[in-house]
Design a protein around this ligand. Structure first.
Ligand code: NDP
Ligand code: 2IT
Length: 445
C-alpha cells in the first residue's frame, strides 16, 4: 500500500485494541489501492479517511432483572457507520464476546455489503455482550425491552433500521419491536426480520442461506462447477447454516457436517435437516443431540475439526476467524474447490491467501452473504408500501440480486486486472458506489 498506508496507520493509532476492526479495514484498503490511484479526487476529498471513521458510535447501559430478581448489567452498542446511500442498516448481535472492535468490523463491512445489494441502505451494526444461552423466555424479553428503551431514540424507519445477527432472530425482534411501539406509538418499519403477519417479509428467514447458495452457484457455474453432486461442509447450525443447508440439498448437493460452539456432527449419509431444525429452532438445544436418533453420525467436541472433513465446498456460517491458514490448507489438500462465506469475516487473512494461491472459488462474506440484508431492504420496501409480496416474488428478487452481486464483483475484479479475485472485486464494486455518493454529497466545513 502506498497511497492508503497512512489511512491504515491512522486507524490503528486512533483505535488501539481493536484487532477485528483493523483486520477488516486492512483487507479492504489493500484492495482499494488501485482505486485511489485512479481517483485522485476521492483521495483529495478525504473519502478514504472518512469511510473508516464511523459517523456515530452509541454505547449504553442495559440493566434488566433476571428470574431470581437480581439486577443484571450489560453493555449496548450501535455504530452508525455510513449513511451515504440510505438509512443506517445492519444487524444486532447478542453474544458474550461482543465488544466495540467486533461491532465496528461488522459495521464497516456492512457499508460495502449494503452498497453491493444496489438497494438504498447505509451501513451500521449493534448488539450487546448479553449471553442469551440458558436464559428463560422472560429474561430474553426483559433484556430486549431494556435494550430498546435506550436504542429507540437513535433509530427510526428513515434513520436507522436494525435487524438480527448472532443471537437475534424473530423472537428477539418481536420483543424489541413491541417495546419500540409502546414508547413511540407508531407502527413503522423500524426493524427488519419481523415475523409473518405484522410486517415481516416472506423469505427473510431463508434469505442469507439461500442467497449464499445462489451466489456460489453462479460463481461455480462460471468455472464449470456446481452444487449438484458435491459434498458440502457447513459450520454453525443457526439461521444462516440451516437455510444454506436446505438450499444446497435443493440444488442437488449433500451437506455432511454442521456445528455449534461446542462441537460438530458428521453424517456421511447427508444431514437430516428436519431433525436439526427440531433441535435448534424448536427446542433451542445443542447439535450433539442429533446423535440420539442418527446412529451413523459422529460427534466431536471443538469447532476447528470440522474443516478436516473432506468436502468439495465449504460454507463457513458461524462466526469470524473460524478458518485459519492451516484449516484452509487442509481443506485444499482434501480437494475443496470452493469456499462461500455465510458468516462475516470467517476466514483469517492467511486463509484467504491460501484460497487465492490455490485458485479456490472464493465468495467473500460481503458479497456472498448479502442476501439477508438485501431481503431486509425488500422488507423495508413492503413496509413503506403497506403491501406484502409472495414468497416466490421475494425469492426471485433475492436471486436476481445475488446474481447481480456476483456479476458486479467479477466485472470490477476484471476491470482492475485480477479477474478471479472476487474479494478484490467485491471491495472495489461496493466501495465505488459509496465513494461517489460521499463525493457528491460534499464535506461539511
Ligand atoms: P445464529 O445465532 O442463528 O447462529 C449462530 C451459529 O454459529 C450457532 O450455531 C452458534 O453456536 C455458532 N457460533 C456463534 N458464535 C460462535 C463462536 N464464537 N464459535 C463457534 N460457533 C459459534 O446466527 P446467524 O446464523 O444469524 O449468524 C451466523 C453468521 O452469519 C454470523 O457471522 C453473522 O454475522 C452472519 N450473517 C448473518 C446474517 C443473518 O441474516 N442472520 C446475514 C449475514 C451474515 P452456539 O449456538 O453454540 O452459539
Ligand atoms: O450481517 C448482516 O448482513 C446481517 N446480520 C443482516 C443485517 C440486516 O439488516 O438484515
Amino acid at each position: 500500500m502506498k497511497l492508503l498506508a497512512t489511512v491504515l496507520e491512522q486507524v490503528e493509532k486512533r483505535n488501539p485494541n481493536e484487532p477485528e476492526f483493523h483486520q477488516a479495514v486492512q483487507e479492504v484498503l489493500e484492495s482499494l489501492e488501485p482505486v485511489a490511484e485512479r481517483h485522485p479526487e476521492w483521495v483529495k476529498a478525504g473519502i478514504f479517511d472518512r469511510i473508516v471513521e464511523p459517523e456515530r458510535q452509541i454505547l449504553f447501559r442495559v440493566s434488566w432483572v433476571d428470574d431470581a430478581g437480581r439486577v443484571q448489567v450489560n453493555r449496548g452498542f450501535r455504530v452508525q457507520f455510513n449513511s451515504a446511500l440510505g438509512p443506517y442498516k445492519g444487524g444486532l448481535r447478542l453474544h458474550p464476546s461482543v465488544n466495540l472492535s467486533i461491532i465496528k468490523f461488522l459495521g464497516f463491512e456492512q457499508i460495502l455489503k449494503n452498497s453491493l445489494t444496489t438497494l438504498p441502505i447505509g451501513g451500521a451494526k449493534g448488539g450487546s455482550d448479553f449471553d442469551p444461552k440458558g436464559k428463560s423466555d422472560g429474561e430474553i424479553m426483559r433484556f430486549c425491552q431494556s435494550f430498546m428503551t435506550e436504542l429507540y431514540r437513535h433509530i427510526g424507519p428513515d434513520t436507522d433500521v436494525p435487524a438480527g445477527d448472532i443471537g437475534v432472530g424473530g423472537r428477539e425482534i418481536g420483543y424489541m419491536y413491541g417495546q419500540y411501539k409502546r414508547i413511540r406509538n407508531e407502527f413503522t418499519g423500524v426493524l427488519t426480520g419481523k415475523t409473518i403477519g405484522w410486517g415481516g417479509s416472506l423469505a427473510r428467514t431463508e434469505a442469507t442461506g439461500y442467497g449464499l447458495c445462489y451466489f456460489m452457484e453462479e460463481a461455480m457455474n462460471a468455472k464449470g462447477k456446481s452444487f449438484k453432486g458435491s459434498t458440502v461442509v457447513v459450520s454453525g447450525s443457526g439461521n444462516v447454516a440451516i437455510y444454506a443447508t436446505e438450499k444446497v440439498h435443493q440444488l442437488g448437493g449433500k451437506v455432511v457436517a454442521l456445528s455449534d460452539s461446542d462441537g460438530y456432527i458428521h453424517d456421511p449419509d447427508g444431514i437430516d435437516l428436519k431433525a436439526v431444525q427440531q433441535i435448534k429452532e424448536v427446542r433451542r438445544g445443542r447439535i450433539k443431540e442429533y446423535l440420539a436418533d442418527h446412529p451413523k453420525a459422529t460427534y466431536a467436541p471443538g469447532c476447528a475439526g470440522i474443516w478436516t472433513i473432506p468436502c468439495d465446498v465449504a460454507l463457513p456460517s458461524a462466526t469470524q476467524n473460524e478458518i485459519d491458514g492451516d484449516a484452509a490448507a487442509r481443506l485444499v489438500k482434501n480437494g475443496c474447490f470452493a469456499v462461500g462465506e455465510g458468516a462475516n469475516m470467517p476466514s483469517t487473512p492467511e486463509a484467504v491467501q491460501v484460497y487465492l494461491k490455490n485458485k479456490v472459488i472464493y465468495g467473500p462474506a460481503k458479497a456472498a452473504n448479502a442476501g439477508g440484508v438485501a431481503t431486509s431492504a425488500l422488507e423495508m420496501s413492503q413496509n413503506s408500501m403497506r403491501l406484502a409480496w409472495t414468497f416466490e416474488e421475494v425469492d426471485a428478487r433475492l436471486k436476481a440480486i445475488m446474481v447481480g452481486i456476483y456479476r458486479n464483483s467479477a466485472r470490477a475484479a476484471k476491470e482492475y486486472g485480477d479477474p478471479d479475485n472476487l474479494e478484490k472485486g467485491a471491495n472495489i464494486a461496493g466501495f465505488e458506489k459509496v465513494a461517489k455518493a460521499m463525493y457528491e454529497q460534499g464535506v461539511a466545513y
